[in-house]
Design a protein around this ligand. Structure first.
Ligand SMILES: Cc1ncc(COP(=O)(O)O)c(C=O)c1O
Length: 403
């Protein structure tokens, strides 16, 4: 945005020409630095949301900015009709982190999930078994395209777009008996977020994870772990499925991977990869040089630059301070859930008013699942910044509690 443009200009133009799908908060950001965002009037905010878990290294990260600029001056895009040096390197790094040897690159989380669903269909088709039934979880969110929406439970998102893919059964999250009863020899795959994000930051329990493993072993059903929100260091683990002892056949990633450059990936086991043939799926942009360079820069900061260790340390600060807030605001906060830098404060009422109260107090948070204040800060937020941001959140909660 040019600085001459006023906030009113921005909002008026949008109201005329942008398809009205988002209820935006009344703030226009023009610049960022680390965990801080600045609005058009120069006011500063601590960003505990990082663009819904995307700006994983914060804003204007020097190494990421340099890598993107350098790549733009070198080569941005050639398509998947040709080789380039970076896609294989990125796939190899993701294979080492996930244990899944092959990657398909796309541009978003929903495309990553969509690819996992298509690869599941292809797996059973190649094996000559007509399995297409999917088991998904209540409170799940996997994206907005038709396949992903079909395994997303929220009726609000689904109903206007029916009919969706058939053969999807939803089971209550963290109910091992319900899961074991639902999975059968006709189940093609179970799809689950190891930590449900949009559903209110709800980690799967170890008992439920064991039931998933048992059901897959018993029936041969594939397991798709959707790590778009929980993956790539946000929990202090490369992937939360590993912390739960799960061994997925397919994993979807997105959000944090490009640090703000759109990139997603479906990571697949050799067993699944063996059933897929040339031309089965594809993407014009997927895995181009820009996306791969950004993702490689993020992974090198995460693994060699100390970011993963920092998530573990700062996770303790969030843990202690957010539980402290729950003690301080017992009439407002019912439960605190999360780890690392993914947290939810489940309130006794609609969490909506906390968002503008946060903005008024200089902290950006989000409401999800009606009653949950969700925090997805940049992975490299420092302990001092976390403390400062939680002080501001405390003030916002006090304002909401007093209202
Ligand atoms: C677990 C999960 N899967 C998939 C998606 C869809 O990602 P995208 O919005 O990039 O399509 C999201 C987005 O919030 C998500 O949290």
């Amino acid at each position: 945005m040019t600085m001459q443009m006023t906030v009113d200009d921005v909002q008026t133009r949008e109201s005329r020409h942008i398809l009205q799908l988002y209820r935006r908060a009344a703030v226009t950001f023009v610049r960022g630095q680390g965990v801080r965002l600045y609005d058009a009037d120069g006011r500063e905010y601590l960003d505990l949301l990082s663009g819904i878990g995307v700006a994983s290294l914060g804003h204007a990260h020097p190494a990421l900015a340099r890598a993107i600029a350098d790549q733009a001056e070198t080569l941005l895009h050639t398509s998947n009709l040709f080789y380039h040096p970076l896609q294989g390197q990125l796939a190899e790094r993701l294979a080492n982190l996930s244990g899944l040897p092959r990657a398909f690159f796309c541009n978003s989380g929903t495309e990553a999930v969509e690819a996992c669903l298509k690869f599941t269909r292809r797996y059973w088709y190649t094996r000559g078994e007509s399995r297409s039934e999917m088991i998904a979880l209540e409170e799940s969110f996997h994206g907005r395209t038709f396949g992903s929406l079909s395994v997303t439970s929220d009726e609000h998102y689904r109903t206007p777009f029916a009919p969706l893919l058939g053969g999807v059964k939803f089971v209550p999250v963290n109910d091992p008996d319900a899961l074991l009863a639902a999975v059968s020899p006709s189940t093609a795959a179970i799809i689950a977020e190891p930590i449900q994000g949009e559903g209110g930051v709800r980690p799967l329990t170890p008992a439920f994870a064991r039931a998933i493993s048992e059901a897959c072993a018993r029936t041969g059903a594939l397991l798709i772990a959707d790590e778009v929100q929980s993956g790539l260091g946000r929990t202090g683990y490369p992937f939360y499925f590993a912390a739960l002892g799960l061994k997925p056949h397919l994993v979807s990633v997105g959000k944090a991977l490009g640090g703000g450059v759109p990139v997603g990936a479906a990571l697949v086991s050799e067993q699944v990869a063996d059933t897929i043939a040339f031309g089965d799926h594809g993407s014009t942009y997927g895995g181009n040089l820009l996306a791969c360079r950004a993702a490689l820069t993020f992974l090198s900061e995460l693994m060699e630059g100390g970011v993963m260790d920092s998530v573990k340390r700062v996770g303790q600060v969030f843990d202690q301070r957010l539980h402290g807030l729950a003690k301080k605001h017992p009439a407002l906060i019912k439960e605190v859930r999360g780890l690392g830098v993914i947290w939810g404060l489940d309130l006794t009422r609609d969490a909506g008013p906390v968002v503008p109260a946060g903005i008024a107090n200089g902290v950006i948070v989000n409401r999800t699942a009606e009653t949950v204040v969700r925090l997805l800060p940049p992975l490299n937020i420092t302990e001092a910044e976390a403390n400062e941001a939680i002080n501001r959140l405390d003030a916002a909660l006090a304002a909401v509690g007093a209202a």
